[in-house]
Design a binder for this molecule. Structure first.
Ligand SMILES: [Zn+2]
Length: 373
């Protein structure tokens, strides 16, 4: 078992935090097991939902496609899918959220700004690439755009970005975004921060996990790339917060212990984004036409189909999904499905029969009213 030494680890308690704690979602240390916590989560979610809807809406939400890549069907659709295709396709997207603080100061958050080139060095992807001939890879991996390309198109300067946030840090290498304190041999450089004013909002549990990974976690992280990240680049949080008008970060442990979801209040109602499921129909599997899902959900009396690549806490992930399911409004396009926006969304591909989603969002819809600030 290897432990990565993080010079910043001792300092995370001293780092400033951000946002207003969402008290209604605070863990009350419920007695009993996961079933008791599930019942508590449903009530907490209803309370927070009502409070959150009164906080306003952001000025802008833009969805930017990054990359479509293969992912094992048995991870993405857990035990429910009966598709014979061993892989399905998921599309990673970045959300650009803009708002003004009450003193008028503009703020910009990038949610899921994956450095796709660097992500390929994740142990899981390295092993997969070793088994996959180049011509196959070229056919199944589609790069749509880069973080910096999208920002340039939107007229957003890197200096104006305030916050970076991922639902969790699987596959992420943020060194080019926030810089490092020393020379990086694999990059053959000491990267200057592309986003010199941005802080990475992360659950303290996620930082703790990366300092000493469990075997269930190891394939998915590039923990060594965090060793020389300057401590002040992190904005660690504990639990759920309201960050801005109609913008909340909600702790949703399960997929990883330090998992967090982005919750947005918009002109089309409340949206929730994370990787706890890969398709919104996994939250209402009774309406899924993908082979296996509706029947599995009925037979096992389970109302969600987990994204299960790292089943760190299966019952916890289920409970977090019920929280997310309760917070999200119904889709205005098709009310059978919720406004849950998977940060890695299942995408139909002819190479993957039996995995075409019944419904996809592709983007979050929000028309900011000019009367609102
Ligand atoms: Zn993950």
């Amino acid at each position: 078992m290897t432990t990565t030494h993080f010079p910043w680890r001792a300092h995370t308690a001293d780092l400033p935090s951000v946002g207003t704690p969402a008290d209604s979602l605070r863990s009350r240390g419920e007695a009993g097991g996961p079933g008791a916590r599930l019942a508590a989560v449903r009530i907490q979610a209803e309370t927070f939902r009502r409070e959150f809807a009164t906080t306003g809406t952001p000025d802008g939400i833009t969805t930017c496609d990054l990359v479509t890549l293969p992912y094992p069907t048995r991870f993405g659709l857990f035990r429910a899918s009966t598709a014979i295709a061993p892989f399905l396709s998921i599309t990673n997207r970045m959300l650009v959220i803009r708002w003004r603080e009450s003193n008028g100061r503009p703020r910009t958050l990038l949610f899921e700004p994956s450095d796709v080139d660097r992500g390929q060095h994740t142990p899981y992807f390295v092993a997969l690439a070793r088994r996959t001939p180049d011509f196959v890879r070229r056919r199944v991996v589609v790069e749509h755009g880069t973080v910096l390309g999208h920002l340039a198109r939107l007229g957003i300067t890197p200096e104006s970005v305030d916050y970076l946030m991922f639902d969790h840090l699987h596959t992420q290498d943020v060194r080019r975004w926030v810089g490092t304190t020393t020379y990086q041999a694999d990059l053959q450089a000491r990267p200057e921060a592309v986003f010199p004013n941005a802080k990475l909002i992360v659950q303290r549990d996620e930082l703790a996990a990366m300092a000493e990974l469990h075997p269930l976690q190891r394939p998915w992280y590039q923990e060594a790339t965090y060793r020389d990240v300057p401590p002040e680049a992190f904005l660690p949080i504990d639990g759920s917060i309201v960050l801005g008008p109609g913008i909340a970060i909600v702790k949703t442990p399960g997929h990883v212990f330090g998992n967090q979801s982005l919750v947005l209040n918009t002109s089309t109602g409340i949206w929730v984004s994370s990787e706890n499921v890969i398709a919104t129909e996994c939250l209402t599997p009774e309406h899924s036409r993908m082979p296996g899902l509706a029947r599995w959900s009925r037979e096992w009396q389970q109302e969600v189909i987990l994204n299960a690549n790292s089943i760190e806490s299966t019952a916890g992930q289920y409970n977090s999904l019920i929280l997310e399911k309760t917070l999200a409004d119904r889709s205005q396009v098709d009310s059978r499905f919720l406004q849950f926006f998977p940060s890695s969304e299942l995408t139909a591909a002819w190479t993957n029969p039996g995995t075409a989603p019944t419904f996809v969002h592709r983007a979050i819809v929000h028309e900011a009213s000019s009367a609102e600030r």
